[in-house]
Design a protein around this ligand. Structure first.
Ligand code: F6P
Length: 526
């Protein structure tokens, strides 16, 4: 649990952000756009019910709501969303629960068009590319179907741009438009083409990695040029890490020779528009998470999960996602039980897995692979009284938080990951001074590498040795590392992620002759 000085620090940071937002949004209206929205409507026997959208993007961006109430434009992903959108008839839906409230506009397109945009282009084509997941001698295969889906991707982006422009025109003040993630690569350019009110600002934050130029060569030349050209139409373009930002500069150098690239200032000019590149490592809402961690709901899940724990417990929490490297993580555990039999019967591995993107074949296959490897370990090393691996499948955030409180070792070993918020959530709520095993491929490694045990994601033996080091680590060292990690995350929590973006927007608007003046620059920005 966090000590009181860290809680005070987080509160001070939040207060600063509150002041910054109040001044920034006195004269501006905030529009947010992302594929998945803050609420998803499901059709059930009881009618249509809304529930909080899943995933790191929604969790992080929803926290904006503590400081300003944005209009959020999101895709109608399922039938419930579509029905709500059609009932609203082009007007924003007001969503409110205990913690947040939004005005939500759904973007509705033909189901087949949406399917091609989401299940062919966004995931897998772009997602696999940006996580280095293609098997280059064989995939991707850019055939007629993919080119047609590329048109659908543009069509969905155009539908987003139309609604954003409507909202921008209706907004009482000049809009600040914050675009999120790889689903919306064409929006910056489409917004410029359609025209925005004077004093607007367009930002884009990429939640996932940006690979180096050679890997982008797997995408046909016109596709990659179109993406780059559009992203250069933003005012501010944010990445999770310096590594991804540098990769972007290098990709523009390689494929957009007509740009003027300033490596020192980290900006790019194309056709008279200059985009400023920035890094904003995404983080967690420490206060909100602590409140949930202390709730009765989490306490009751913690009780139930104790039945799954051993003398020591390794935990992992992931979407069922090939880039999360779940199968190699199990192989490392298998090696541990094989090489050091003294752990059999004593150490458990609890994997909390959230099914994801089952419309994409690779994700279905990956879930099957996970089941097979976990079953194999339980058969080979388990007994009637004891099984080494517990798989808990389902989307239940409170249960995941409870599992994070219980670990002795948290395994976060993605092949590559934009950030990985589980690493940050885990160290914040854990109650056992547990050890974090972290892949060098996770964006979080740029911040947490000093106190985590860093592993190469492909290295089963290295990961097994890290597991052993973690399990054998003396308590004082565990405690020192866990405390330092908590402090690191608290210092750079979600309010800092937002504060840095709002601060840069403010500077942009001032330089652009905008209306924001006299905004306090807090110590950490000065
Ligand atoms: O940025 C990646 C992200 O959008 C995160 O929000 C989340 O981890 C995941 O992808 C969710 O993906 P989807 O919306 O396709 O389920």
């Amino acid at each position: 649990m966090l000590d009181t000085s860290l809680i005070a620090l987080v509160e001070t940071q939040a207060e600063r952000l509150e002041r910054l937002s109040a001044e920034l949004f006195e004269n501006h209206t905030l529009l947010v756009a992302s594929n998945r929205g803050p609420v998803e409507y499901q059709v059930s026997d009881r009618g249509i019910e809304g529930q909080r959208g899943a995933g790191g993007l929604v969790t992080a961006v929803s926290a904006i709501n503590r400081y300003v109430s944005p209009r959020w434009v999101a895709a109608a992903m399922g039938d419930g969303d579509r029905q709500m959108a059609s009932a609203a008839g082009g007007v924003a839906i007001h969503w409110a629960n205990d913690n947040s409230q939004f005005d939500l506009r759904f973007v509705t397109v033909d189901k087949e068009v949406y399917n091609a945009y989401y299940n062919t282009i966004s995931n897998p084509l772009l997602w696999f590319l940006q996580h280095y997941m293609w098997d280059a001698p064989r995939t991707p295969v850019i055939d007629r179907q993919v080119w047609d889906a590329w048109d659908s991707y543009k069509q969905v982006n155009a539908a987003f741009a139309d609604i954003l422009c409507q909202e921008a025109a209706l907004a009482p003040n000049a809009p600040i438009i914050m675009l999120h993630d790889y689903h919306l690569y064409f929006c910056p350019q489409l917004l410029r083409e359609r025209g925005l009110p004077p004093g607007s600002c367009v930002t884009f934050f990429l939640h996932i990695p940006w690979p180096g130029p050679d890997y982008w060569a797997l995408l046909p030349h016109p596709m990659r040029r179109e993406i780059l050209t559009s992203l250069c139409q933003c005012d501010i373009l944010g990445f999770q890490t310096q590594r991804f930002l540098r990769n972007f500069l290098n990709t523009c150098l390689a494929y957009l020779p007509e740009t003027d690239i300033d490596y020192a200032q980290q900006c790019i000019t194309l056709n008279g528009q200059t985009v400023q590149l920035k890094t904003y490592p995404i983080s967690i809402d420490v206060r909100g998470l602590m409140a949930l961690a202390n709730s009765d709901e989490v306490r009751s899940y913690r009780q139930r999960l104790r039945a799954y724990t051993g003398d020591q417990t390794i935990v992992r929490i992931d979407r069922v996602e090939p880039s999360k490297n779940i199968v190699r993580g199990f192989h490392a555990f298998e090696q541990l039980l094989e090489t050091y039999p003294e752990y059999r019967g004593r150490v458990k591995f609890v994997a909390i897995l959230v099914p994801s993107r089952l419309g994409v074949e690779e994700y279905q296959r990956y879930l099957e692979e996970i089941m097979i490897v976990a079953g194999w370990i339980n058969t080979r090393y388990g007994s009637e009284e004891w099984q080494p691996v517990e798989l808990v499948v389902g989307d239940n955030y409170a249960r995941a938080v409870a599992a994070m409180q219980l670990y002795d070792v948290l395994m976060v070993n993605p092949i590559i990951d934009g950030m990985n918020l589980v690493a940050k959530e885990g160290v914040t709520v854990n109650e056992k001074s547990g050890v974090l095993i972290l892949s060098e491929g996770a964006g979080a490694a740029e911040q947490l590498s000093d106190q985590a045990l860093i592993v190469s994601p492909s290295d089963i033996i290295g990961t097994m040795e890290a597991l052993r080091t973690a399990l054998e680590m003396p308590i004082p060292e565990r405690h020192a590392r866990a405390t330092a990690l908590q402090e690191q995350v608290a210092r750079e929590d979600l309010s800092m992620w937002l504060a840095h973006q709002f601060h840069d927007i403010k500077l942009f608007l001032q330089a652009d002759g905008g209306t924001v003046e006299h905004i306090e620059i807090s110590a950490e920005h000065a």
